[in-house]
Design a protein around this ligand. Structure first.
Ligand code: PLP
Length: 378
């Protein structure tokens, strides 16, 4: 099986598997306890926090809040900022955000927070001035992802953060950096955001673990209430194994980023060249310069994506149509709709995403399979 669905989830990196193993054995303690077994878990958790903060260029380890993934981190950022201090602050979000941000914004809206969704251009990119113009004195948070999970479109997060600060200095800037962490410089100084969400399973860590970077001094209303872990910002017994595995995967990802970009870039180029030879009319949604290096999003005119996916699966290639983060249902993607792509064209769009376990030759092998299936379907 050739797996080209790394934007949905990734296989576990060996570094993460190895780091986690002791925590599924002797190091099983609950870090909130008051005995030696708990302390060993607590020490591991805090060492992981320290390293995560360093890898993110954060000022202090306590700027990192561990969560159950990016859905929770996005909810804490959006809902937590909007409701902070007992207010009903405004939420501004780009139209191409992940559902975890958009649905959190809608939830805040149902609680009485004003919500503004800002459109994007035909490359799916947000405009700094238009985003800033959507902010007012009551805006609590502005959400812009670093790169889109469907198309791979990269966003000018630092420019948007700058423009928002000039217009609405009280507003926090939240960046969902889930997809870009693998190949882009995801650090607090580079993004210029106050809040940054990551999900371990998108970069070779385990599923069900993530984090939210929170700039020091930021007031967030918790969304999970209970035992007061994470300084009261996120209650719930820690997933120590998950956190340790996530940070091992972060370390491996950051150390390998440059080589990784080259390997994956070459794989993706070879793949796209082969697809173009099989279907000269294949329409790539974005120019390579506008998208993540691991991302290929394209339309094969006249071939439905769902038909193509079934055929690809049957011959051993896993890919995706639209966003695989949600139900997997063939609904018209809100991302492609926001870019002005008609529903009929969107139904022909496929997403192939490469990852850490690929070599340049993976692109040739995948390209051959896709070319053969296109040949049969046309
Ligand atoms: N944000 C983006 C951009 C994603 O691609 C995903 C994928 O699922 C999420 C958030 C949600 O992350 P998680 O699966 O950790 O809840």
């Amino acid at each position: 099986m050739i797996y080209l669905d790394h934007a949905a989830t990734t296989p576990l990196r060996p570094e993460a598997r190895e780091a986690m193993a002791p925590f599924h054995g002797d190091l099983f303690g609950n870090p909130s306890g008051a005995h030696g077994i708990a302390r060993r878990a607590k020490n591991a958790l805090e060492a992981a926090r320290e390293e995560a903060a360093e890898l993110l260029g954060a000022e202090h380890p306590l700027d990192v809040v561990f969560t159950s993934g990016a859905t929770e981190a996005d909810n804490l950022a959006v809902v937590g900022a909007a409701l902070a201090g007992g207010r009903r602050g405004g939420v501004v979000a780009s139209a191409v955000e992940h559902e975890a941000v958009l649905e959190a914004a809608r939830f805040a809206g149902r609680l009485g927070c004003p919500v503004e969704i800002v459109g994007v251009d035909d490359r799916g990119v947000a405009d700094p001035e238009a985003t800033a113009a959507a902010c007012g004195p009551d805006t609590a948070v502005v959400a812009l992802m670093a790169a889109n999970n469907e198309t791979g479109a990269r966003q000018p997060v630092a420019k948007v953060a700058h423009a928002v600060r000039a217009q609405a200095p009280q507003a926090l800037v939240h960046c969902d950096a889930v997809q870009s962490f693998v190949t882009e410089d995801v650090t607090v100084p580079a993004l210029g955001a106050d809040l940054v969400a990551l999900s371990a399973h998108k970069f070779g860590g385990p599923q069900g673990t993530g984090l939210l970077y929170v700039r020091p001094g930021t007031d967030l209303e918790p969304v999970l209430h209970g035992g007061g872990q994470e300084l009261g910002r996120r209650s719930g017994t820690h997933n120590v194994a998950g956190v340790v595995g996530m940070v091992a995967a972060m370390r491996a990802t950051v150390a390998d980023r440059t080589g990784f970009r080259e390997r994956i870039g070459e794989a993706r180029r070879r793949f796209e060249d082969r697809v173009r030879r099989a279907a000269p009319d294949a329409a790539f949604t974005l120019d390579p310069a506008d998208r993540l290096v691991q991302h290929s999003h394209l339309r094969i005119p006249g071939v439905r994506a769902d038909t193509m996916l079934v055929r690809l699966d049957a011959v051993g290639l896993a890919a995706s149509a639209g966003s695989a983060c949600s139900s997997g249902a063939m609904e018209t993607s809100h991302v492609l709709a926001a870019m002005g792509i008609p529903a009929g064209d969107a139904a022909e769009c496929l997403r192939f995403t490469f990852g850490w376990d690929h070599r340049p030759e993976s692109g040739d092998a995948a390209g051959e399979i896709v070319a053969a299936v296109i040949g049969k379907l046309r």
